[in-house]
Design a protein around this ligand. Structure first.
Ligand code: SF4
Ligand code: SF4
Length: 305
């Protein structure tokens, strides 16, 4: 089961929730006891916030494998090119141009679709990897960990997130708990992180700003992608009751409330996961996972009916 933890904006406690969820699933007695084949259930955690990954600060994984990722862009052999302009004609993204006896490639516009290569009449184009970042994986104790990091100055995060997910998530994940920590906001990188999830957990604050961004996140997750959503209210008790009223109106379940607590902020600033600083939260996060699993099962049954 894949759960994406997202929020309309940064600083709402999204990573705190995602990390706590993964650690609590790993420590849950039922999961330690093992699955049907007797193997302990090991959650998989992906930090998809490739512009600023920070979950590793809390999980402190040992990285075992790393590779460069990017996208294939065209490279033109001037010996074979006849400057016919076909490549520029077929490129929908204006990422390649033929100017006199020169072919110019604009990697930042290229989507790696391969049309230019396919349509070049002389085979002058080969595809080379334009490195955009790295993806890594390893283990943080009982939690399998993976993250992507985008190189400074790269314009597109989506290809890195897509390759991270393809590399780290097994093709048939079944019921294995998989937690994805999404980038902040509601732009394309967030959509890519939500795509394919079974459930989107939205972390928000009970303030007008929190409500504004929550609405946008619900619009993307539920209305555009058709995914079931639930809300965690962080710093519960500050602000107003606008988020609660909105959730009630929209039929969105509030699955957990985390009160404003100085100890949580202190643990965060020291890179200590919430459930390690306050172990009483483990049970609550394990129960949160069970609640999400029940809702996903129900949604599947409803879809089959
Ligand atoms: S399609 Fe091929 S031959 Fe024609 S201009 Fe482009 S690279 Fe050169
Ligand atoms: S790979 Fe696609 S997007 Fe990139 S230059 Fe060729 S046609 Fe354009």
């Amino acid at each position: 089961m894949i759960v994406t933890v997202a929020s309309g904006k940064g600083g709402t406690g999204k990573t705190t929730v995602a990390v706590s969820l993964a650690l609590s699933i790993a420590a849950d007695r039922r999961n330690l006891a093992g699955n049907e084949s007797g193997q302990p259930v090991r959650p998989l955690f992906l930090d998809c916030d490739v512009e600023e990954p920070n979950a590793a600060l809390f999980l402190k994984p040992t990285i075992e494998e790393r590779k460069e990722v990017g996208q294939l862009i065209p490279e033109v052999d001037p010996e074979k090119c006849i400057y016919c302009g076909r490549c520029a004609e077929v490129c929908q993204y204006h990422a390649i141009a033929v100017v006199g006896k020169k072919v110019l490639v604009f990697p930042e516009l290229c989507h790696g679709c391969g049309s230019c290569t396919l349509n070049c009449p002389t085979g002058a184009i080969t595809e080379v990897l334009d490195v955009m970042g790295t993806i890594e994986r390893g283990w943080a104790g009982p939690v399998e960990f993976a993250q992507g990091t985008m190189n400074v100055g790269e314009p597109m995060a989506v290809p890195i997130i897509r390759q991270l997910k393809r590399w780290a998530i097994p093709p048939e994940p079944g019921d294995r708990p998989i937690v994805l920590d999404a980038p902040p906001g509601t732009a394309c990188p967030v959509v890519e992180t939500m795509r394919g999830a079974d459930f989107v957990l939205l972390v928000t604050e009970p303030t007008p700003f929190g409500l504004h961004d929550l609405r946008l996140a619900v619009e993307v997750a539920r209305n555009e992608l058709g995914l079931p959503v639930g809300v965690v209210i962080n710093r519960d008790g500050v602000g107003d009751r606008g988020v609660e009223a909105y959730c009630a109106e929209e039929g969105i379940p509030i699955l957990m409330r985390i009160p404003l607590d100085r100890r949580i902020a202190e643990a965060y600033s020291e890179g200590i996961p919430l459930v390690e600083a306050l172990p009483e939260y483990r049970q609550r996060f394990a129960a949160l996972w069970e609640e999400i699993a029940a809702r996903v099962r129900q949604a599947r049954e409803d879809a089959d009916a």
